[in-house]
Design a protein around this ligand. Structure first.
Ligand SMILES: Cc1ncc(COP(=O)(O)O)c(C=O)c1O
Length: 379
């Protein structure tokens, strides 16, 4: 069994993939070819925002967004320590200070009440992460931002492209939404890629310029930029995957829901995490909750287990790969530990001790899920 099965998907789209790649090889516009604009128009229409700007990676999407907002030395950006390092790295790279707000134990997403407590006159942006494929509490985050003078909100939606939140799509939920097309993401290419989404014309123009070395016209560099374009070939790969994507999102949602139902039914003592569990020893598997009116794309299907090492060993011996997203919160990493003590975000520290991700994807078979559930239920 594979942790993520990309081969079945590739076989299903082979004809369209070959055709799309052949078109790019024939026209030869490897940088900013016609597939770049086609992808941007397709995704903007689907997400329901005015602008989509494709970029070299999810990291680059976050960096360019912060640059477009003018984030720099002396500024603070509030985010979660319980995320992939890129979220925080881009803030530090610009000389600004990442400010950590703890997470809600029920969802592993940022705790909105904790955000409000961290706002200062230096807060330049708030960056919630829609972790594991489920949108953060974006309406509540936006409301806090609005109450404090309209602080811009960037959704790090690297894991949640395709997720639905109160009838709207992830990436369309705040000032800017950033996603990643890293191969293992719900909408992955065959290399690095990413995109940012916004309804704001000024931000979109700034991002388009920053993506190409701050260039407003050929050899006119109006601002500091980066080399941050997404390759035409990678855009063609995403376009080849696009016709199957709606089915994949729906299927991911069903598989995730089936995992949760079967764990609750078949694993002794299993139940959803409750707020009171945070910090306590857990004696059996806990599943994460879907907040109300949300559909996750389950970039990962992640549970909490009492003894992770033992559980991973047990699943490994049954031929089941697992992963840990993430074993160490970023405020306990050497590069960032000076910013905030581990005790200041106890829920993140607790979550990191217990999480374990199971094989997941739209092509996960019923028999593979049977094996996972059987291995989880042995005690
Ligand atoms: C939450 C989060 N943010 C940012 C990124 C960075 O995306 P990329 O790998 O495309 O640079 C990732 C990728 O793993 C991620 O999971």
């Amino acid at each position: 069994m594979q942790f993520i099965d990309l081969k079945t998907q590739q076989a299903a789209i082979k004809e369209e993939l070959d055709r799309r790649i052949a078109v790019v090889l024939a026209h030869g516009q490897y940088i900013m070819g016609p597939e770049v604009a086609e992808l941007e128009q397709t995704l903007a229409a689907d997400v329901g925002v005015k602008h989509c700007v494709s970029v070299a990676s999810g990291t680059e999407a976050l960096l360019i967004s912060l640059m477009a907002l003018g984030v720099g030395p002396g500024d603070e950006v509030i985010t979660t320590p319980y995320t992939f390092v890129a979220t925080v790295e881009v803030i530090a790279l610009l000389g600004a200070k990442p400010v950590f707000a703890d997470i809600d134990p029920r969802t592993a997403n940022i705790d909105v009440a904790a955000i409000e407590a961290k706002i200062t006159p230096h807060t330049k942006a708030i960056m919630p992460v829609s972790l594991y494929g489920q949108a953060a509490d974006m309406d509540e985050v936006n409301a806090v931002a609005a109450r404090h003078g309209g602080i811009p909100v960037i959704e790090d939606a690297a894991q949640s492209f395709g997720a639905i939140y109160r009838g709207r799509k992830s990436c369309a939920l705040s000032t800017i939404g950033c996603t990643s097309f890293f191969p293992s993401k719900p909408l992955g290419c065959y290399g690095d890629g990413g995109a940012l989404f916004t309804n704001d014309d000024t931000i979109a123009t700034a991002c388009r310029e920053i993506r190409v070395h701050g260039q407003s016209k050929r050899y006119v560099h109006t601002r500091v930029g980066v080399g941050g374009r997404m390759d035409t070939l990678q855009c063609a790969v995403v376009l080849a995957k696009w016709p199957r994507f709606a089915w994949e999102c729906e299927t991911r949602g069903k598989i995730g829901a089936r995992y949760t139902r079967r764990i609750h039914e078949q694993v002794r003592g299993a139940r959803a995490v409750e707020a009171a569990d945070a910090g306590a020893e857990i004696d059996a598997i806990r599943t994460l909750n879907l907040g109300p009116e949300r559909t996750s794309v389950y970039a990962q299907y992640t549970i909490l287990v009492p003894d992770r090492e033992a559980m991973q060993a047990r699943l490994k011996s049954a031929g089941i790969p697992t992963a840990v997203h993430y074993p160490v919160p970023l405020n306990q990493q050497p590069a960032y530990e000076h910013l905030c003590c581990a005790d200041c975000t106890p829920v993140s520290a607790w979550m990191a001790r217990h999480v374990m991700s199971l094989p997941m994807g739209p092509d996960l078979s019923e028999s593979d899920m049977d094996k996972v559930i059987a291995a989880l239920s042995q005690s």
